[in-house]
Design a binder for this molecule. Structure first.
Ligand code: DGL
Length: 275
């Protein structure tokens, strides 16, 4: 692959990072992008951080072999678990990572009560604790991991009864406490924002960090002379370590896009082209 094309790698445990990719494609349509879904291992949220770190490392090595020059970790769990280690191990590669958007939520909340939906793993990291420590002073945070929600989004269950049950049991207690702002701390969750708004009402603010991530990506690309602009729209490449047909269906459901999807395999901690 030609390195001069300034390829950006975007990865997640599955389809969640597509909520970030959607914003990247809108903001930077000419930038060549490869999206990697680690569906052999989804969900990441209940796993040990060391395990998620090993996945993030294997995926990064694979993306570098594809010629990527910048990586977006479009997964909160992988970001809080592995971003620090990735930056240390691959110092020549710029990384853009996710951080639960507590700061903008605190700025926008009037009641001083903010809900955060993120995976169990994310809530248990020192990175999340540090975000709360830095930006959460003087407000009350209500946290919920929404067990099972990642799996629902993976299978396209965006508004069925099971998804509604998971969200209601997280959100109704938050509403009773006076929460007026809710942070999407997992990249799978923005796909259920319409259902969330149905449950909590339109006056509650729901914060999807993806547009801010796309802006951050533009700044990083500019800073590293990697920005590709122009009239030509670049078609993203898609790779999964799971079932490509299932990914294709999800891609159509979530982004209304139809593209070929490549398949890769994990062997001894490495991503390989063949089983
Ligand atoms: N989408 C990911 C996140 O932002 C991971 C969800 C999961 O695999 O549990 O946290």
């Amino acid at each position: 692959m030609n390195k001069s094309q300034h390829l950006v790698g975007v990865f997640d445990s599955g389809v969640g990072g597509l909520s970030v990719l959607r914003e990247i494609l809108t903001a930077l349509p000419a930038q060549p992008v490869i999206y990697f879904a680690d569906q052999a291992h989804v969900p990441y949220g209940g796993r040990q951080l060391t395990e998620v770190q090993a996945f993030a490392r294997g995926i990064t090595q694979y993306l570098l072999r594809q010629g990527v020059e910048l990586i977006v970790v479009a997964c909160n769990t992988a970001s809080v678990a592995a971003l620090h280690a990735l930056r240390q191990e691959f110092p020549a590669i710029p990384f853009v990572g996710m951080e639960p958007a507590v700061k903008p939520a605190v700025e926008q909340s009037r009641s001083g009560k903010v809900g955060v939906l993120a995976t169990e793993a994310t809530f248990h990291t020192s990175m999340y604790a540090s975000v709360v420590e830095r930006f959460g002073q003087g407000i009350t945070l209500f946290e919920d991991p929404c067990p099972g929600l990642v799996a629902q989004v993976e299978k396209g269950g965006l508004n069925g009864p099971a998804t509604r049950r998971i969200l209601e049991s997280a959100l109704i207690p938050m509403m009773e406490k006076g929460v007026d702002t809710i942070v999407m701390g997992c990249t799978h969750y923005p796909f259920v924002i319409p259902l969330i708004q149905q449950i909590v009402g339109e006056e509650v603010r729901v914060i999807d960090p993806a547009p801010a991530i796309a802006r951050q990506l533009r700044r990083m690309l500019e800073a590293h002379n990697l920005l590709v602009e122009g009239q030509e729209v670049s078609v993203p490449r898609f790779i999964t370590s799971g079932n490509p047909i299932q990914f294709q269906d999800a891609l159509y459901l979530l982004l209304q896009q139809k593209h070929p999807v490549g398949r890769v395999f994990w062997r001894d901690g490495e991503v390989c082209e063949r089983a």
